[in-house]
Write a protein that binds this ligand. Sequence first.
Ligand SMILES: Cc1cc2nc3c(=O)[nH]c(=O)nc-3n(C[C@H](O)[C@H](O)[C@H](O)COP(=O)(O)OP(=O)(O)OC[C@H]3O[C@@H](n4cnc5c(N)ncnc54)[C@H](O)[C@@H]3O)c2cc1C
Ligand code: FES
Length: 297
Amino acid sequence: MYKIVGKIKLAEGIDRFEIEAPLIAKKAKAGQFVVIRVNEYGERIPLTIADYDSSQGIISLVTMSIGKTTYMLSKLKRGDSIRDVVGPLGKQSEIERFGKVICVGGGVGIAPVMPIAKSLKNTRNYIISIIGAKNKASLILADEMKEISDEFYICSDDGSIGFHGFVSEKLNELLEDSEKSSDSDLRKDINRVIAIGPAPMMSAVCSVTKPYSIKTIVSLNSIMVDGTGMCGACRVEVGGETKFVCVNGPEFDGHKVNFNLLMLRQKMYLNEEKKALDLYEEKCGCKMLEQKNGKTC
Ligand SMILES: Cc1cc2nc3c(=O)[nH]c(=O)nc-3n(C[C@H](O)[C@H](O)[C@H](O)COP(=O)(O)OP(=O)(O)OC[C@H]3O[C@@H](n4cnc5c(N)ncnc54)[C@H](O)[C@@H]3O)c2cc1C
Ligand code: FES
């Protein structure tokens, strides 16, 4: 059992959990993830290690409630326990001195981009962060991202905070401006873009950076089951080859990823997922939507 020693609500439907997991905290590196099971009968779901403190033996997970398991997780409180936490899994991020790196985070994707940005900052890279959310109320970790960034931009789909538009549009604007700038070093120095968020967002970011030939790393959120390379559930196509996100990733060269296939595979179990949530809500006697509106069960 893994004890929850802290829980903070970051935004509506987004929680940050601090979990006692000393062995994982000791080994964790930026970019890696864990697979958790809320209880003995629970589904296994992958979650990125948003932060880790090896001296305290604690890892942080940031979760967005979008279905049965993440909804069950959101109901746990400080002092409760999670049945299984397996990890750290996946390859760690490539952390080197690249020069200027643009870190792009969308929605709950801001949480996994943060430890990567932090490690890159500690390796003396110049960090330009672009983070975005649907609106001001659902934006998370803005202060923390600002603190580790040399340049910092916020975007919102509805314009309620920062730039009115998608993170990919802000990125496009920055790259266009740097093209026009007399300071030709500006774009030349941008050696890497890291983008984490929903698949359509990562795909859009890759379309923006491709004409500039800026290496773009994305972290893929495919469906996973075992997380150890055995079941094949997480397969994706990268550069025309089949790769397993859990062992070959989760980070890949975004310009080589077949995003259409990824998005198709993400929708594979929509009916089953809806059924599982409906059954759970029936049993629990309250609707996820009602909880979002402030009613609790
Ligand atoms: C490497 C990796 C890291 C991730 N990190 C985070 C994170 O830090 N925070 C976060 O909130 N989410 C993260 N996700 C996504 C998270 O795993 C899904 O949101 C979660 O599994 C949804 O489960 P559910 O039962 O609540 O929803 P469901 O109703 O079961 O599913 C909703 C959607 O979530 C995705 N999903 C469902 N089951 C899985 C599964 N077993 N594996 C992967 N995706 C699934 C599907 O696209 C599905 O349409 C990550 C996914 C991967 C692959
Ligand atoms: S989750 Fe089973 S092979 Fe990757």
